[in-house]
Structure formats: C-alpha cells, structure tokens
Write a protein that binds this ligand. Structure first.
Ligand code: HEC
Length: 169
C-alpha cells in the first residue's frame, strides 16, 4: 500500500483537478483493484502518460497470464511459440532472444521497445507489424496495456527506460 501511495504522488500536475481526483481515487482503493476505479478516473481518452502514472504492475503480472501460453518471462527460461520476454523493454525490436526466429515483419520494424511502442504493439500487434506471427488479437483497454507495461518494466532490470527515451521516435 505504501508503495502504491508513493507511486500516485502527482508529479508536476498539468491538469491539477484531474490528477488530484485520481490521487483520491487511488487512496480510496488499494492497489489490487480490477481497474474499474482507475478507469473511471482516467476518463474516456486518457493520454499514455496519464495511464502510466496510475499503472499497476501487480495487476499487469496477472494479465500476463494471457501472454504466458506463448512467452516465458524469467531469465533464461527460453522461448515458446513466442520469444522469451525477460528484459524486453529498452531492447531493440526482434532482439530479445538470440535463438528465436523472428519474422521479417517484426525485424523490419526496427527501433527499440519503448513503453510507447509497446503500447501500440499490445493494442494491435498485426497493425504495428503486418505479417507478424504473434497472432494475439491485442488488448483494447489502455489501462490493461499500461498495467502490463508496468509489469514488463519490473521484468526488465536494465529497465531500458533511459536508453529508450534517448532513442524515442
Ligand atoms: C499466441 C501466441 C502469443 C501470445 C498469446 C502472445 N504473443 Fe507475443 N509474440 C508471439 C510471437 C510468435 C512473437 C514473434 C513475432 C514475430 O516474429 O513476428 C511474439 C513477439 C512478442 C514481442 C516482441 C519480442 C522481441 O524480442 O522483440 C513482445 C514484446 C511480445 N510478443 C509481447 C507479448 C505480450 C506482452 C503478450 C500478452 C499480452 C503476448 N506477447 C502474447 C506470440 C504470442
């Protein structure tokens, strides 16, 4: 809970009323919510930063259940139908596993897995990289994606965030 409170501390509030409303909602609901309260506070069209400000890695870990059929996420756990994902944030695209045979579609994407890019990928893999072998249909809900990205971050020890930000598209 303490960890949650620290996370919700508003940074330079661009929209003070919205941020404090969010903080209140988060204070009132522990971190293990199903996202309903946070979703309501975020409104219809939250920005990516809004979502990441309230993202919950713990819930993201539960959502990773949807990915686990095809992906492992422990160091050295190896590939399944999809490549191992430990450490993927901040890495060059189609590079997280040395042994995995990525499609040309994914390799052609280039660049680095920034959180923003991961958000586009998780929303609709086939839209970001037409022809990809990741047949996952995507997560339409921004908060689901935000929570998953927060979780991936906890599983990317170098975080890659600094690296990612310097090469943001
Ligand atoms: C049905 C199997 C399947 C599911 C479910 C799935 N993936 Fe994938 N994923 C793949 C495959 C296959 C690839 C390789 C795609 C390619 O080479 O075109 C991939 C690639 C990726 C990559 C790129 C890794 C790299 O090294 O660049 C990421 C990131 C990723 N998946 C994340 C996820 C997440 C997060 C979820 C859950 C929300 C998920 N995937 C669900 C099969 C799946």
């Amino acid at each position: 809970m303490l960890r949650c409170l620290r996370r919700t501390r508003p940074r330079i509030p661009r929209r003070p009323s919205r941020v404090s409303a969010l903080a209140l909602v988060l204070l009132a609901s522990a971190c293990s919510d199903d996202g309903r309260e946070r979703r309501r506070a975020l409104g219809e069209t939250p920005t990516f930063d809004d979502v990441m400000r309230v993202a919950d890695a713990e819930r993201g870990g539960r959502l990773f259940g949807q990915c686990a059929a095809c992906h492992t996420i422990s160091p050295g756990a190896g590939d399944r139908n999809g490549p191992e994902l430990y450490g993927v944030l901040g890495k060059p695209v189609a590079n997280n596993s040395r042994r995995y045979g990525y499609t040309g579609a994914l390799r052609a994407l280039g660049g680095v897995w920034t959180p923003e890019r991961m958000d586009l990928w998780l929303a609709a893999p086939a839209k970001l990289a037409p022809g990809t072998r990741m047949t996952f249909r995507g997560l339409p809900d921004p908060l689901d994606r935000g929570d998953l990205i927060a979780y991936l971050r906890t599983r990317s020890p170098g975080d890659g965030d600094a690296e990612a930000r310097s090469s943001r598209p």
